[in-house]
Design a protein around this ligand. Structure first.
Ligand code: HEC
Length: 181
């Protein structure tokens, strides 16, 4: 386990313990998706009343995905997967149209989690613009979560392993990592 992974794991454990010991669980914003990475979005501004003990079921499901990855890694068929495309302008342009057709409705045109179809979902669509820059979201993690979706975690993230080729998924990833140009 790398230091980066360990650090995220330690954070996760902290969140987990505090959430478990808290009594009433209420739905608040998303600690991960709408965290301090967003421009001008301090937690306290976005989520009045947010506190360590207020993690709602949505956050817990999101955390379960991250937690599962930290503990078990990805399923064997995704282990060690590496992007098969180079981030050329053509690939990024392909990725952009694939993203707008398949992802923007929920995750928003710029990956800010504000797509029309995603408004009422709990947990809300991830803030991909920031998430793809985090240490956790390496090739195998992104390929796995996009291919398999959220069925295992009971979320609304669809699985794309039938709808898109693996190469298309890599193109979308290249587009997102390029900062949603
Ligand atoms: C119907 C709405 C919907 C669509 C369409 C959708 N997603 Fe999601 N996605 C979600 C929701 C809700 C979550 C948060 C729950 C979860 O992690 O499973 C999510 C989570 C994710 C995650 C995991 C982020 C994390 O925190 O680990 C990735 C990566 C992702 N989506 C990428 C995509 C990509 C790429 C597409 C298009 C190919 C797409 N999604 C299409 C709803 C959607």
């Amino acid at each position: 386990m790398t230091l980066g992974r360990l650090r995220i794991l330690a954070l996760g454990v902290l969140f987990g313990i505090v959430a478990a010991s808290a009594g009433a669980q209420q739905q608040r914003g998303d600690w991960w998706g709408h965290g301090p990475m967003g421009p001008g979005h301090m937690w306290s501004e976005r989520m009045p009343g947010w506190g360590w003990g207020n993690m709602g079921p949505g956050q817990q499901q999101r955390m379960q995905r991250h937690w599962t990855y930290m503990n078990e890694g990805v399923p064997a068929s995704y282990r060690g997967a590496r992007s098969a495309v180079r981030a050329t302008p053509e690939i990024i342009a392909d990725g952009q149209s694939l993203y707008s057709e398949n992802c923007a409705s929920c995750h928003g045109a710029e990956g800010l989690g504000d797509g029309e179809a995603g408004r009422s979902l709990v947990p809300s669509p991830a803030l991909l613009r920031w998430f793809v820059q985090m240490p956790m979201s390496g090739d195998e993690y992104l390929l796995w979560s996009i291919s398999e979706g959220g069925e295992r975690f009971g979320t609304d993230m669809p699985d794309f392993k039938e709808a898109l080729s693996e190469e298309d998924i890599w193109k979308i990833i290249a587009y997102m990592r390029a900062g949603f140009p």
